[in-house]
Design a protein. Structure first.
Length: 243
């Protein structure tokens, strides 16, 4: 269920135990990929997974933590504490809906620490089981910034928004000296903002990676459901023994 398209009575009458929140970023992805790459991919994965798992899907959070891209025009970003507070209060609303689990579906590495913090806080301060999931870590591929894999997924999802890929001028993210990341901004190590070689991207590769990511998210949803059911069963058993 896509929350944007439902009525409040639809939500009240749903049996959804899981709610997904896609989070991305609006930032440069080289000369060939849209600024909204991270949110487009995260939202698409969450949309398909929610449909297959009969879960709720919240509207995506478009803007995340990306100050290191700000020298490229079009990039938008917010401080980590702003993202943490915003996402926390969004998901806090869900606590009153009868949902057991909220899953943050992240598409941007810069959001990682903030969103993990939100999950810990939600688990401490609400009745929700709050979990963090990142598609880039769920697939068996080296997902570089605007590189082959990310571009392939875009060619599968939104080919009309992908231009002619250009090779990146960096092989890996950042500039490392004696174990320290010494680059503050992305343009210090990549003139065109691309890491890796997106010229090798194909829509077929993108389809396979996308389906793998969706499959991993569905497996996680199923596992969490089984764990929560087992926990509830144990609690009921303990209550029965106390009686």
């Amino acid at each position: 269920m896509n929350l944007t398209e439902q009525t409040w009575t639809d939500v009240e009458g749903s049996n959804a135990d899981v709610c997904l929140l896609p989070v991305g970023s609006i930032e440069q992805h080289g000369p060939h990929a849209p600024l909204g790459t991270d949110v487009l991919v995260a939202d698409a994965i969450a949309d398909v997974a929610a449909d297959r798992a009969e879960a709720l899907k919240l509207p995506p959070v478009h803007i995340g933590v990306a100050p290191y891209h700000r020298r490229f025009p079009g990039t938008l970003h917010v401080p980590p504490d702003v993202l943490r507070e915003y996402v926390f209060h969004l998901l806090e609303c869900v606590d009153a809906w009868g949902v057991e689990t909220v899953l943050i579906v992240n598409g941007h590495g810069g959001n990682r620490e903030s969103l993990k913090h939100v999950c810990r806080r939600l688990s401490d301060e609400t009745t929700l089981d709050a979990q963090y999931w990142e598609w880039m870590k769920a697939v068996d591929a080296d997902v570089q910034h605007a590189g082959e894999i990310e571009t392939s997924v875009l060619q599968h999802l939104v080919p009309e928004h992908v231009g002619a890929p250009q090779p990146g001028d960096a092989d890996s993210w950042g500039e490392w000296v004696h174990g320290a990341q010494v680059a503050t901004y992305a343009d210090e190590f990549s003139e065109n903002g691309v890491v890796g070689d997106p010229t090798a991207a194909t829509a077929e590769t993108g389809r396979d990676v996308f389906e793998t990511a969706v499959g991993e998210l569905l497996e996680l949803i199923a596992w969490l459901g089984e764990r929560n059911a087992a926990s509830t069963g144990r609690q009921r058993g303990e209550d029965h023994e106390e009686c």
